[in-house]
Design a binder for this molecule. Structure first.
Ligand code: PLP
Length: 443
C-alpha cells in the first residue's frame, strides 16, 4: 500500500491523462496490455536507456517496449536512417532496395533462404501458420501451453498467466482466450507442455491416428512470456528430430528472441535449425515490422500463389530503413558482447541479493533478456510456472522499481530487456531497487 500510494503521488500527470483518455480510448490505452492499476504511466519521450513520463520523471527502461527496443531509444543510427528515408517518401507499396538488403542479412543470420515482411509479430505468426497449412495441406497446429504468439485467433489458445491488473475479467487460464474467438478455430490448436519432447510426440501420434496430423509446431525456443524459461539440454534437438520424422513444419517464433539473444536469434544461440522463423519487435527498432523466414520448399506455395502472403504496408520503407540500420550499425557482434556482460552482472547481482536476504527465488538470463522467478522450485513449463509463482512479489517488485526509476513491463510473466545503450548505472539502479524491496520484506 505504501509503494502504491507513493506511485500515485508521483504520477499526477498520468492520473490526469488517464481520466481524459478513458473518455475516448477504452481503458485509456491503445492496447489492453498497456493498462495498469490504478492508471498507466503515460510517457513523453525516450533517449538511450532512459524514458521520461509526462510528469518529467526519468526511468531506466527495462520494459523496452516488450523487448522491441534492444537498440535503445532514439539511437543515432536509426534516427538518421529513418529521417533520411522519410524525406524521400515514406510508403509506396512497391519494393525498395532496403528490403532486399534486409532479406540478404536475415538469410545470412538465420540460415533460411526466403523472407517476407509484415507489420507485427501477430501478422508474422498468422502468415507463417497459413503458409505451413498451405504447404502441408493440413489444418491442425501444435503450440506450447502458456505460450503467446500474438493476438490472432489461431494462437489465442492457452496463453500466459492470469493476473488481476490488466483490465476486465479475462480468464487466461482457459484454453480459448476471451470472447470473439470461434470454437472451431480453437479446436484446431492443440497445446503441449514445454520441455517435454515425449509428450509432444505422443500428442502428435494421437492426432495422426485421429486423421488430424498437424501442419506445424509453433514454439519459442526459449519461452519469453512466462518470465524466461530456457530449453533443457536436448529438448530442442528432440523436437527437431520428432517434427522432421513426422513431416511437420517446425516454426521458431523469434518475435521476442530474434535479434535479442544473438545476431541470429535463438536459432543461432541453441544451434537447432527450424523450417520457419518469425521475427518482429526488435527488427524495426521501434517501427512496426515483422518478417517470416522459410525454406525454398515451403515458400514455394507463396511463390506459386497457392497461399496469399500480402499486405499494403509489408516492407514499409521506414521500417526497412530502420531494420537495415539496426542490422548493420546497431546489432553488431560487439553489441551482443555488451548485452551478455551487462546481463551476467544483473543476473548475478539479483541472485546475490535474494540469497543475502533469504528470499526464495532465482534469476534466469539470456543475453538482453532475463527475469527473477520468485520461487526455489524449478520453472520448466506452464504448469510449474503456475504452481510456484508467487502472486504478490512480482507486482511488488514492479512498484518498487517504478518508485526507484526502473521501468518494467507489467505482469509477472514479463521479462526485462536490456538495450545496447544500457550501462552499468542502469543495472545498479535495478539492483538497488531489488535490494530495497528485499530489505523491507525481511525487516
Ligand atoms: N510472438 C511472441 C513470442 C510474442 O511475444 C509476441 C508479442 O509479445 C507476438 C508474437 C505478437 O507480436 P505483436 O504484439 O507485435 O503482434
Amino acid at each position: 500500500d505504501r509503494e502504491q500510494a507513493r506511485l500515485k503521488a508521483a504520477t499526477p500527470g498520468s492520473a490526469a491523462m488517464y481520466q481524459r483518455a478513458r473518455r475516448t480510448m477504452t481503458l485509456g490505452v491503445p492496447s489492453s496490455y498497456q493498462a495498469r492499476d490504478p492508471w498507466p504511466i503515460y510517457l513523453s519521450h525516450g533517449r538511450g536507456s532512459r524514458v521520461w513520463d509526462v510528469d518529467g520523471t526519468e526511468y531506466s527502461d527495462f520494459h523496452n517496449a516488450f523487448g522491441s527496443m534492444v537498440q535503445g531509444h532514439a539511437h543515432p543510427a536509426i534516427v538518421r536512417a529513418v529521417s533520411e528515408r522519410v524525406a524521400l517518401g515514406s510508403h509506396f507499396a512497391m519494393p525498395t532496395e532496403d528490403a532486399v538488403i534486409v532479406s540478404e542479412e536475415l538469410a545470412r543470420r538465420f540460415r533460411l533462404p526466403q523472407w517476407r515482411y509484415v507489420n507485427s509479430g501477430s501478422e508474422a505468426t498468422m502468415d507463417a501458420i497459413r503458409i505451413a497449412r498451405g504447404a502441408t495441406g493440413r489444418e491442425t497446429i501444435v503450440k506450447i501451453f502458456g505460450s503467446y504468439h500474438g493476438h490472432h485467433d489461431y494462437v489465442m489458445v492457452s496463453i500466459g498467466a492470469p493476473y488481476a491488473d490488466i483490465g476486465p475479467a479475462d480468464d487466461m487460464n482457459s484454453l480459448g482466450y476471451g470472447g470473439g474467438i470461434p470454437s472451431a478455430v480453437v479446436d484446431l490448436t492443440v497445446p503441449v507442455p514445454f520441455n517435454d519432447a515425449p509428450a509432444m510426440e505422443r500428442r502428435i501420434e494421437r492426432l495422426a491416428a485421429e486423421g488430424r496430423k498437424p501442419a506445424c509446431v509453433i514454439m519459442e525456443a526459449a519461452m519469453m512470456n512466462l518470465g524466461v524459461i530456457l530449453p533443457e539440454p536436448g529438448y530442442l534437438e528432440a523436437v527437431r528430430e520428432i517434427t522432421r520424422r513426422h513431416g511437420i513444419i517446425l516454426i521458431f517464433d523469434e518475435v521476442k528472441t530474434g535479434l535479442c539473444v544473438a545476431p541470429g536469434g535463438a536459432t543461432e544461440r541453441f544451434g537447432v535449425a527450424p523450417d520457419m522463423v518469425t521475427l518482429a519487435k526488435a527488427l524495426g527498432g521501434g517501427l512496426p515490422s515483422g518478417a517470416i523466414g522459410a525454406t525454398d520448399e515451403i515458400m514455394e506455395v507463396v511463390a506459386k500463389d497457392k497461399v496469399k502472403q500480402v499486405g499494403t504496408y509489408n516492407g514499409n520503407p521506414l521500417a526497412m530503413a530502420a531494420a537495415r540500420a539496426s542490422l548493420f550499425e546497431v546489432l553488431t557482434p560487439e553489441a551482443y558482447t555488451h548485452l551478455d556482460r551487462l546481463n551476467d552482472r544483473l543476473t548475478a547481482g539479483c541472485d546475490e541479493i535474494l540469497a543475502r536476504y533469504g528470499i526464495p527465488g532465482y534469476t534466469v538470463g539470456i543475453s538482453s533478456k532475463g527475469c527473477v522467478h520468485f520461487t526455489d522450485a524449478p520453472i520448466r513449463d506452464y504448469t510449474s510456472f503456475m504452481a510456484h509463482q508467487n502472486e504478490a512479489l512480482p507486482l511488488l517488485a514492479w512498484l518498487y522499481n517504478a518508485n526507484r526509476g526502473v521501468l518494467m513491463a507489467p505482469g509477472r510473466e514479463e521479462e526485462w530487456t536490456l538495450s545496447v545503450q544500457h550501462t552499468d548505472a542502469d543495472v545498479d539502479r535495478y539492483l538497488e531497487s531489488l535490494d530495497a524491496m528485499c530489505a523491507d520484506l525481511t525487516r
